[in-house]
Structure formats: structure tokens, C-alpha cells
Write a protein that binds this ligand. Structure first.
Ligand code: SAM
Ligand code: SF4
Length: 348
């Protein structure tokens, strides 16, 4: 079966207050060496898993748009033999990428772009410590369209201390006036190892506002996963269907044959040895848990036959309660937002 490819770019221009991703602002001098490390890991993994072709690619970060086009020219030369007739290549970008960069990345074969906009309110952008402005984001998204991108996503963050109906309404008004066909909307998480670690005052606990926001997005774009709306990203659907994927780059994660594998987070160490992995074995019970959880968070659903009889009985109760629906031996949730509670109940 064809596999997916994830490539991690661990560089950013600035560090956002909420962000726990494996990304660094002071390692720009490693960018050249980083390519050679990626090349080494890629060639190793391709051979190890006998890969001939990828179904989709996702270049994420960090901030892939901090890398010069010369990096991607080399990268595409490397992956070219494995991407004939590929369905989708996504790249993440900060909403301050230049028109030239967008045009060139499109010409290399990237056909989906995802901008970390977060908000169109300048005060909120400052609060999050983003290094772009609202007008810059608007211009960059219009430029992506001019550069011929047909699949454009923007990420929004909600449930921050500054949010209210007016602010979020305005964010959506601007978002929907732009040439996008996808929104990822993330409820702010207070993460460890971030500037906002343990500072819950940065979050607004207002369930009603959160539900209202989701419902507003749903008026325009179909919700196909808890945080995702619009024309589905094929790569992400692949993760939720439990397809196998390679994870290339510092701190990338891969999943092949019941094993999840991790490369080294530290960029210096990764460059020294990009083929040092840690493996995590997932037994059938772990896989079942993930299938139920990921399936109920999205339109993917899960196959009822992976459950034992007791679990099937609990599914029947939830179907009677109109929380779940059964279609051709597959189980789907009506409400992705309560997937955690539903899967905990089914699997106890
Ligand atoms: C790797 S970043 C996207 C690309 C690029 N680095 C950028 O931010 O423009 C992935 C997305 O995750 C979301 N995100 C990161 N940390 C988060 C947090 N603590 N809570 C909610 N969303 C978060 C943001 O919306 C961000 O755009
Ligand atoms: S949200 Fe994006 S730009 Fe901000 S620090 Fe994280 S990866 Fe970098």
C-alpha cells in the first residue's frame, strides 16, 4: 500500500507564546546541513521500507516558508522518483511569505498551502506573539491565489482571553472574503515548555462561545474533523484512517507496521545522526483505541468489528441515545466535539 510522507522543518522566525512544536528561532546557521541530514534519512527509510511511491506529502513545521527555494529545489530532486501522479503536496507557511516564494514553490509541484493566520485582529496577533499583521496575511493569501494555488487553508486559534463574538465574527468575515477552501480552527491549548506554560489566564473558558464559533464556520464549510472544515486534506484523512507514513526531519514521527518511530528532536543531534530512531510498539488494543478515537473525531468513523461484544453493546446504547450512527457496519459520531467522552465510554 502507498504510504504518506511527512517532512518536518524545525525553523521559525519568531516563537509564538502558545507553541510547543519542535521549532527554533536561533538555528538558522544549520539550514544548509539540515538538507543533507534529511537526504540521508529519506534514502535510508525509502530503502528500509521498500517504498516506490507516496500517496500524499505534507511539509510542516516549524515554518517551512523560512526555507529558501534552493532548499526545496534540492528536496524535490530527491523525492521526484516517488511522486509521479501524486494526489496532494501540502506546505505550511507563515502569512508573510513573498509572492516570488509562493510562485516558485507552486512551480515545484506543491498544490496545497496552509497559512498560520490565527486571527485577523492585530491586537490578538501581538498577544499571540505572531510576527505578521492582519493586512499582511490578507495580501499573502491573495498572492497565493495569484500564484495559482487552488487549495488554500488558513489556521485560526480561538478560545484565547481576547476572544469575544465581535472579534471572532470579524475573523470569519475576513477569512470567508478570501480565496480559501479550508479552515483549521484550533481551540487554544496551554502547553508545557511554552511562554504560556501553566498560565490559564490566556485561555477563555466559554463553551457557548466555542460552539457558536464552530457553528458559524459550519455555515460555510463542511466540518470533516473536530478542527477541520472545507475541502478535506487527503494527507490528514490518511492519518485518521491509520495509513502508514514516513516521518522525515528533526522530531518527526512515522508509523509503519504497528510501530510509531521518532527521530531526535534536537537539531544538532539530528544532523549528526538522522537515522537514530526511538520505536514505540502499538499492540492491537492501542491500535483499536486510536481507531475509535480518531474515527469518532472525524467523518472517517470506525469499523464495528474491531470491538468486543461488551463494547458493541455500549455502542448500541449510544446509537439509541442518538450520539452515534451505524452505516454498513461502520460507526460514526454526530458530534466530533464529544469524541473523547464517547470513546472513553465505549472502551471503558
Ligand atoms: C506548525 S503551525 C503552522 C505553520 C506555521 N508555523 C505558522 O504558525 O504560521 C500549526 C498550527 O497549529 C496551531 N497551534 C500551535 N500550537 C497551538 C496551541 N497551543 N493551541 C492551539 N493551536 C495551536 C496553530 O494554529 C498553528 O498555525
Ligand atoms: S505557531 Fe508556527 S510560527 Fe509560531 S512558533 Fe509554532 S511553528 Fe513557529
Amino acid at each position: 500500500m502507498e504510504k504518506l510522507l511527512y517532512i518536518h522543518i524545525p525553523f521559525c522566525d519568531s516563537k509564538c507564546n502558545y507553541c510547543a512544536f519542535n521549532s527554533y528561532t536561533n538555528l538558522n546557521h544549520l539550514k544548509k546541513d539540515y538538507f543533507y541530514a534529511i537526504e540521508k534519512q529519506f534514502l535510508n527509510d525509502i530503502k528500509k521500507y521498500n517504498i516506490k511511491k507516496f500517496e500524499t506529502i505534507f511539509i510542516g513545521g516549524g515554518t517551512p516558508s523560512t526555507m529558501p527555494i534552493s532548499f526545496y529545489e534540492k528536496l524535490f530532486k530527491l523525492i521526484e522518483p516517488y511522486i509521479k501522479n501524486i494526489k496532494e503536496i501540502t506546505i505550511e507557511s507563515n502569512p508573510n511569505a513573498s509572492y516570488e516564494w509562493l510562485k516558485e514553490i507552486k512551480n515545484l509541484g506543491v498544490n496545497r498551502i496552509s497559512f498560520g493566520v490565527q486571527s485577523f485582529n492585530d491586537k490578538k496577533l501581538k498577544f499571540l506573539n505572531r510576527n505578521h499583521s492582519s493586512s499582511q496575511a490578507i495580501k499573502t493569501i491573495e498572492n497565493a491565489k495569484k500564484a495559482n494555488f487552488k487549495n488554500i487553508n488558513l489556521d485560526l486559534i480561538y478560545a484565547t482571553a481576547l476572544d469575544n463574538k465581535n472579534l471572532l465574527e470579524n475573523d470569519l468575515k475576513i477569512a470567508f472574503s478570501l480565496p480559501i477552501n479550508h479552515i483549521s480552527a484550533y481551540s487554544l491549548m496551554i502547553e508545557e515548555n511554552t511562554k504560556w506554560e501553566k498560565d490559564y489566564s490566556k485561555r477563555k473558558e466559554d463553551e457557548e462561545l466555542e460552539i457558536w464559533f464552530i457553528e458559524e464556520i459550519k455555515k460555510r464549510f463542511n466540518q470533516y474533523e473536530i478542527s477541520n472544515f472545507g475541502k478535506p486534506c487527503i494527507h490528514n484523512l490518511g492519518y485518521w484512517k491509520h495509513k502508514e507514513y514516513l516521518g522525515i526531519g528533526a522530531g518527526a514521527v512515522g508509523f509503519i507496521k504497528n510501530f510509531r518511530y521518532y527521530t531526535q528532536n534536537n537539531v544538532y543531534e539530528y544532523i549528526k545522526n538522522p537515522i537514530k530512531y526511538e520505536y514505540e510498539y502499538l499492540n492491537n488494543n492501542d491500535l483499536k483505541k486510536e481507531k475509535v478515537f480518531l474515527g469518532l473525531r472525524s467523518i472517517i468513523g470506525f469499523d464495528e468489528n474491531i470491538l468486543n461484544n461488551e463494547e458493541k453493546k455500549r455502542v448500541d446504547i449510544l446509537i439509541k441515545d442518538k450520539k452515534l450512527i451505524r452505516k454498513k457496519e461502520k460507526i460514526y459520531s454526530y458530534d466530533f466535539l464529544i469524541a473523547d467522552a464517547l470513546s472513553a465510554y465505549i472502551l471503558e
